[in-house]
Design a protein. Structure first.
Length: 250
């Protein structure tokens, strides 16, 4: 493996029952990369992310993370994951921001409840990094969609991951908060050297933000510098000929 490759996927195939979704994917993500994953609904984006965090097992192919076969990976907490629509789910119980972030902590004993002072320090560090320390005693139910999303990213950051994977993090987040959120992610990528992969439908904005693009629609797959989005027929091939490509005004 190249020393710079943090994720290596080879000949990955995945089907649900007999429905093939991922067809022979091969790609490698470099340390410090910022990858936008695009493609139409049902194209397999969430499935790919779930495989990368170990929630689904592929039928065939290999995945190496930090050069180690995924199945043998000891420290999976080095991969932070923010699932789809989590910030839209109502929090029925009266949890505070601090408690939600704390719930992401994988303690050495594997038990939340034995929180050491070092763990508390980690929680506070993550809250500071995400710039939400002022919200720590607030109830989740009192926050906006954008603030909640930030809390869930903070929960993923609390174990000091090397890779952060987010599934449509901007759903339900207003435009102003989205801009804030993009600069927050960029900071994590540049200052904290986090490798970030995220799914988004906002092709125009992500091309400004990301370094690398992964396009996925069942049989179609491409991976490379974000410039491939602008090449020839990438978008038409990915979404079909009738897509209206909306350009945002700045
Ligand atoms: P995307 O994230 O790009 O919208 P998904 O990975 O969610 O795509 O889904 C890819 C395909 O797999 C879709 O056709 C979807 O209906 C199907 N699928 C997703 N999850 C399941 C499941 N648990 N069981 C069966 N089919 C599924």
């Amino acid at each position: 493996m190249s020393v710079n490759h943090i994720i290596e996927v080879q000949n990955l195939n995945f089907s649900y029952n007999n429905l093939p979704v991922l067809d022979n994917l091969t790609f490698s993500v470099e340390k410090g990369d910022y990858v936008g994953i695009i493609g139409p609904n049902g194209g397999g984006k969430t499935t790919l992310l779930k495989i990368l965090v170990g929630l689904l097992k592929p039928q065939s192919g290999t995945i190496k993370i930090f050069g180690t076969d995924f199945q043998k990976l000891k420290n999976r907490s080095e991969i932070g994951y923010v699932p789809q629509r989590i910030a839209q789910e109502s929090v029925e119980f009266p949890a505070t921001v601090y408690e939600i972030v704390e719930s992401g902590l994988i303690t050495k004993k594997g038990l939340v409840g034995n929180i050491s002072s070092a763990d508390k320090e980690k929680i506070n560090q993550a809250l500071k990094m995400a710039n939400i320390i002022n919200l720590k005693d607030r109830l989740m139910s009192s926050l906006s969609g954008g603030q909640r999303q930030r809390v869930y990213v903070t929960r993923a950051l609390v174990n000091d991951p090397k890779i952060l994977i987010l599934d449509e993090p901007f759903t339900g987040v207003d435009i102003i908060s989205q801009k804030d959120f993009y600069s927050f992610l960029k900071n994590l990528n540049i200052r904290e050297h986090l490798t970030i992969l995220f799914v988004s439908h906002d092709i125009d904005t992500i091309t400004e933000e990301i370094k690398t693009v992964l396009c996925l629609n069942r049989g179609m797959f491409c991976f490379g510098s974000k410039d491939i989005i602008h090449k020839e027929n990438t978008i038409e091939e990915l979404y079909g000929k009738n897509i209206t490509h909306i350009h945002h005004s700045k």
